[in-house]
Design a protein around this ligand. Sequence first.
Ligand code: AMP
Length: 403
Amino acid sequence: MHPVPLISQSPNLQSLVVGVFGSGQLGRMLALACHPLGIRVHTFSPERGTPTGQVCEREICAPYDDREAVRAFVRGVDAVTFELENVPSHVAEIAAEEGKAVRPGGHVLHVAQNRLREKGFFAEANLPVTPFAPVHSLADLQARLAELGTPAVVKTAAFGYDGKGQVKIDNPSQAADAWQAMKDQPAILEAFVPFEREVSVVAARGVDGSFAAFPLVENRHANHILDVTIAPAQVPAEVAAEAERLTKRLMEALDVVGVLCVEFFLLPERNQHKSIFSASSASYSDRLLLNEIAPRPHNSGHWTIEGAVTSQFEQQARAVCGLPLGSAEQIRPAVMVNLLGDLWAQGEPEWTALLAYPTAKLHLYGKSAARPGRKMGHVTVTAATAEEALEIALAARESLRGQ
Ligand code: AMP
């Protein structure tokens, strides 16, 4: 095995092995991006025949709790990365003990795994965030609600994604029901953000501290799941520049090496939201609030495969292997739409209808079981304008429903 490759060295790319914990579509697209560079990928997860396993060199099937299996796996790779943040902390520890490059490091996963630690980190780093408080009991929740006011949102502190484990509270009388939904787990209460739009930045940071951000994008959700990403977001240039600046500050403060996505709430113009954040709004000098981070490539960055000079997955490969980052410049406006399992309700969709749209680029993840809400694939369209790309992408996806 190699020592951890650094930029100053000249690693033999074709003998490098990246080990990825997790085996879904993100690992699959990482493996596909590694191929042209000659870099090989091994995957570790509790499943077999996975989206990543289908396209990479080696698929290890074992529980994350199996420390010996984790150790054996990391011994066979040069650098370790993750395609999900909720792996037990011993995974990163074992990889570090074995002298492997762990990118991002375990400290990054630790912060991203828990909403309280995450929002606490934002606040400590002086990054803009909605007022929040930890909650450990119904009495706690009632007391904090009295301070923060309504509407508010209560979320389980751990293992939440796609809106799971969260309840909106419009009236203090709903506190008991909301607390019941938390099932006695530690939770976070957040002031409800009357956002105008949700936007995100995907960026990469190299071992040498180099930084490259893809343009700010707009994300539209359906049933709490990402539905459409519009790249670039149609916002004033200062907003996009501020989002990039905040992302860079966060990645430096957290000392991230790898790819990371920051999801933001974009508030309406200041004169429209100042009454909502009245007294406590002194710190809201701009329109962006950080909501959460994902320390890996993100669904809102899939468009970069066709729309940017370097994809988020190639960028992850470069950062993880200690190579120089590629250009994150956007080539053309792009729109990505997700394909959820709901489209499989009547069986396998008729793909020729979608492929008849010549600019629709189809990505299927190789998942055999389609369930409603499950991400089965996506489509990206690039065009002269974001509006045109959106129109074509939505029409292409709609063609699948007409069967
Ligand atoms: P999360 O799991 O934190 O990403 O939340 C899922 C979605 O719920 C977000 O994308 C928002 O649409 C909404 N949401 C979460 N937190 C808040 C908040 N404090 N105020 C308003 N909407 C929120």
